[in-house]
Design a protein around this ligand. Sequence first.
Ligand code: GTP
Ligand code: MG
Length: 318
Amino acid sequence: MLARALRKPVPDTEPAGASMPEPAAGPKRCGFVAIVGKPNVGKSTLLNALVGQKISITSRKAQTTRHRITGVRTVGATQFVFVDTPGFQTRHGNALNRSLNKAVLGAVSDVDVIVFVVEAGHFNLADAKVLALLPAGIPVILVANKLDMVHRRGELAPWLRSMQERHPFAEYVPMSAKNAKDIQRFYAIVEKYLPEQDWMYDPDELTDRSERFMAAEMVREKLFRLTGDELPYTSTVVIDRFEEEGKLRRIAATIVVERESHKGMVIGEKGEKLKRIGTEARQELEKLWDGKVFLELWVKVRSGWADDEARVRSFGYE
Ligand SMILES: Nc1nc2c(ncn2[C@@H]2O[C@H](COP(=O)(O)OP(=O)(O)OP(=O)(O)O)[C@@H](O)[C@H]2O)c(=O)[nH]1
Ligand SMILES: [Mg+2]
C-alpha cells in the first residue's frame, strides 16, 4: 500500500541542504540513486539531509536501518529518488542479516547511479566487501563522509588516490552529511547521472513508505538511542493499531524483545524508559505529520525471532 504523501520540508524543521537555490529549469530529469555502504558510515543521515526531512532513522550504533527506504527530492527540473539501504552485514549469517543483505542487493540492481559511502580516510575489509558486490555498468560515486572527523587533512589526498586504485569511481566526494553546503553541492554532482525523463513522484511526496512504517521506525530509533548496546539488534517493533481521527493519529505498538531480562531494560525503573521512548517517538511523528499523535507502547518477549525465517518475514522483513 502506498502511503499518503508526507509533509513537504518546512523552514523551521528542515535539516541541512533543504534551502538550496533552485537552479534554472532545463529538461526534466528523474532517476534512482542507491546509497550503500557498511553499517554506521552515515547513509541514512545523508538520505535525510538530501530529502530535507527525517524519514530514515539514524543512531550511533551499527545496524540501524533494516529496510530499503525511498526518499524523494525535487530540485529545479530534477527529481532525485534516493534509496537508503541497510549497512551490508558481513558477520552473522542469521535470517535477519540475510534479509538485510537481500535488501541491499535488490536496491542496487536497477538504479541510475550508486552512492558508495565510506568514512573519509578509512577503508577496510567490510567496505571492500560492499564494493565487490556492486554491479558493473552502473556509475559509482564515492562519498568520503564524516570529513569533519578528519583532523589531518593533508593525509586525505593520498588516501583518495589510493581509492582510485580500488575502483574507477565516477566521482570522488569528500564531504560531511551534516554540512549544509556539502549537501547543496551534492545535488549538482549526482544530477548529471540521471536520465532525461518525466518525474515519477508528485514533488510533494517525500517517501513511498506508509505512516504505519514510519511510526514503527521512530519507536525503533528511540529504542536504539535510549537503551544499552546489546538490546537493539534483537528487538523489533510491530504496529498493532493505527487509526486516524481528523488530524489525530492513535497508534498502539509492541516492542518485541528476545528475553525476559531485555523486557526490564526497555521498561526501566517504574516504567521510566518506556515512557521516554514513547514521548520522544511521539514528538518526532508529530513533527513529521504536523498533527497530534497518541502513542501507546507495549513490550513482549518472543525469543529467537531474528533466527527464524518465518518470524522475520512476519515482522515485515523481506
Ligand atoms: N561527525 C559526523 N558524524 C556523522 C556524519 N554523518 C553521519 N554521522 C553519524 O554517524 C552515525 C551513523 O549514522 P547513520 O546515518 O545512522 O549511519 P548508517 O550508515 O545509516 O548506519 P546503518 O543504518 O546502521 O548501516 C550517527 O551517529 C550519525 O550522527 C558526518 O558527516 N559527520
Ligand atoms: Mg542507516
